[in-house]
Ligand binder design. Sequence first.
Ligand SMILES: Nc1ncnc2c1ncn2[C@@H]1O[C@H](COP(=O)(O)OP(=O)(O)OP(=O)(O)O)[C@@H](O)[C@H]1O
Length: 614
Amino acid sequence: MKDALPAPPGASRALLGSLLRPHRRRVVVTCLVLILQRGISQVSPLLVAYTIDRAVPALRENDRGPILAVCLGYLLVVAGSGALQYGYVRLSARVGQDVIFDLLGRVFRHSQALSVDFHERYTSGRLTSRATSDVGALRGLLTKGLEDIVGAVLTTVCITGLLLYLDWQLGLAAVAVGGPLYLTVRTFRRRATRVYRERSSAMATVTGKFSETFHNIRAVQTFRLERPNDESFRRINRHHADLNGDAALEMGRYVTSSRLIANAGIALLVMWGAHRVASDSLELGVFTAAVLYLRRLYDDPLKLGGVLDAYQSAVASLEKIAALLAQRPSVPEPAAPQRLPANAPGRRGRQVVFENVSFTYRTGDEVLSPFDLTLTAGETVAVVGATGAGKSTLAKLLARFHDPSHGRVLLDDVDLRDLATAELRRGVVMVTQDAFIFSGTIADNIAIGRPEADRKDIERAARAIGAHGFISALPDGYDTDVRTRGTLISAGQRQLLALARALLADPAVVILDEATSSLDIPGERLVQRAMSTVLKGRTALVIAHRLSTVRIADRVLVLADGRVVEDGTPDALIDRRGKFADLHAAWSSPLNRSALIRSTSPLVTQAESFSNRP
Ligand SMILES: Nc1ncnc2c1ncn2[C@@H]1O[C@H](COP(=O)(O)OP(=O)(O)OP(=O)(O)O)[C@@H](O)[C@H]1O
């Protein structure tokens, strides 16, 4: 699976800049400490040269001064370089830590703010991969990689300068060997970028497969998907392993060729230097120091290859994170939000109008053809229709998870696009099939509906919904941590909690995507009663999957192929003998079912599943 998000040009550089900018002072200090540390640690070969060319001859003259100066100098170099190294590690760790903290926070906040439309395309596994392996690659670069890269550049500049100072001919020859070495590093970088980018995408696919499988482990085991899953994971894993192999091969080629160039260069320079020492045109000490410097000079670019591994991974990761952060919500916050008019006393619901609305998903055909629809304040409207008819899409437009492709959705005459998200979410609450339970206590889970609610409000909502009984029976009542009991809360109880949450939120409009999973009869009755409590007086759009739900609706809409084909009270629609009448007949009489199953009505599948419910 390719990471398809496009990144605007320069996005990763801009992201890195924005991450480092708040810490620029500390970044500058850290760089200065690194420069000093690298500078000081280059002094020791000079001390060796001084020892050979000055201190040893002085000792022969019984002059101990120069050798004592060398010892003192050496101690100072060791102590200074050690202290600076410690300072650098501390400083860079702090900056790295703060940058990663900032980046992770941004990824989380940004992803949360992106519209449902984005999350329907971009799986949670891919998001997890951004937050774990990609942020991890960046952490690796910030903690160790930058030191090696910046250090290598500093060392190269510093040593080349010193070699030119000690003996300009040797210095120039050293630079000449650096040319082919530089070309090797460049070639490696270019090829490695491609391999590392592919490897990073392959890793994201591995993470995605893990997340998808274990998120849906019940379905995997129910449908015995273990074997096909093993098979597809083996392919994904193989691809990732192959790319790892390619990356190692690139690295191997690089290390071999660069070492060959460096060592051949050193050998030539040593031979030439030795001839010059023999002919007295180069001092022995200077020659020794030059050889020591040459080793260091070529060692760092060689190490750089290893660091480039981390660097390439980090660049590929940064690109992906930048592309994610460059995504904009497809349902943007209005620039000048409008307020909803104050509700008349005693009126709980609000009028909803779909005005010439049509809708097409980014990639597909028209899912909802142009239609007008008005839900009067306080009305409960049940939506039925065959699978894929567009019921959930209609609900998502009302919750403003998507904006219509054409037309407007109005809440008490205010276009949903003009409502601030906070006001929209206060006014319109969607209770989904999954009845999500978040980590925290039962009370926390209900309070999500209105975070400022106190315990009394929470209990009142739970009692009204009929959830108080089962909650009180839990070991810690409302303070029971659902994470520890998570799966022990039944499907019906989860739905009751979700309804209590919605009741506490007290919205004007409720959208209910009724769970399709069957409950036992007492469970279903409890949920039905709870639903009636939540819907009472509010404007409600209910995607109905049960006969009992349609019975409590004031009006029924029948959707077929993205069109409202029937609209009226349940009784009026039964009299009309259309699709709803067929559906109702199938619900009511098991004998009619077999006749209906033979018919071609797309609603029959749904009727079939309804009539099978307890
Ligand atoms: N995010 C999406 N991107 C592209 N197409 C989508 C998306 N969501 C739904 N669709 C398509 O839109 C059509 C209507 O889907 P929708 O979920 O609204 O139907 P539904 O009536 O709610 O079905 P069900 O009863 O099965 O939930 C379907 O053809 C579906 O494939």
